[in-house]
Design a protein around this ligand. Structure first.
Ligand code: NI
Length: 175
């Protein structure tokens, strides 16, 4: 089990475009995925992208049955997704609270497409194609943004609903 420190906003790797994975079924890729899952679980993350542990590769992991950081969130299928592509399936935009292990202690309301299809590959190179909505769609969009060097604060439109968790909770804003 290898837990990695999660890079925080301001680290240059988090604002870079990550590289496509070219080789599947390798010990290196399997090791990366294991480390990402271990780190995500220890940090109670809803998801994690490889650049967050310092690896500039297009790999994301996400999913949980119950998440202590997002107690009201419905279950999201546990997924390892490589070289992902997201296609919006609607023009409907939904607002929802997000946090990020790279932006510790904070939350913000982020507009996201409410229904998407995501495609990519699993660790053995098999194609994945899934339709997602609600929080599942939100998590995928958040994680895939990491691969293009985008952190959720860059998606915020209303900065009155962005801040430290304790302050937002105290003000009754964080629902
Ligand atoms: Ni994040």
């Amino acid at each position: 089990m290898a837990i990695h420190p999660v890079l925080r906003m301001g680290h240059p790797l988090l604002s870079q475009r990550a590289e496509e994975v070219r080789l599947f079924n390798t010990a290196e890729l399997d090791g990366l995925i294991r480390d990402m899952l271990d780190t995500m679980h220890v940090e109670n993350g809803a998801g994690l992208a490889a650049p967050q542990i310092g690896v500039s590769q297009r790999v994301v992991v996400f999913g949980f049955d119950q998440n202590p950081r997002y107690q009201d969130a419905p279950p999201v299928p546990r997924t390892v997704l490589i070289n992902p592509v997201i296609e919006p399936l609607t023009e409907t935009i939904e607002e929802g609270w997000e946090g990020c292990l790279s932006v510790p202690g904070m939350r913000g309301v982020v507009p996201r497409c409410s229904r998407v299809e995501y495609r990519g590959f699993d660790p053995s190179g098999e194609r994945i194609s899934v339709t997602a909505e609600g929080f599942h769609a939100r998590v995928v969009q958040h994680e895939c943004d990491h691969l293009d060097g985008i952190l959720y604060p860059q998606r915020i439109r209303d900065f009155s609903r962005f801040g430290f968790i304790e302050e937002l909770a105290e003000a009754g804003l964080l629902i």
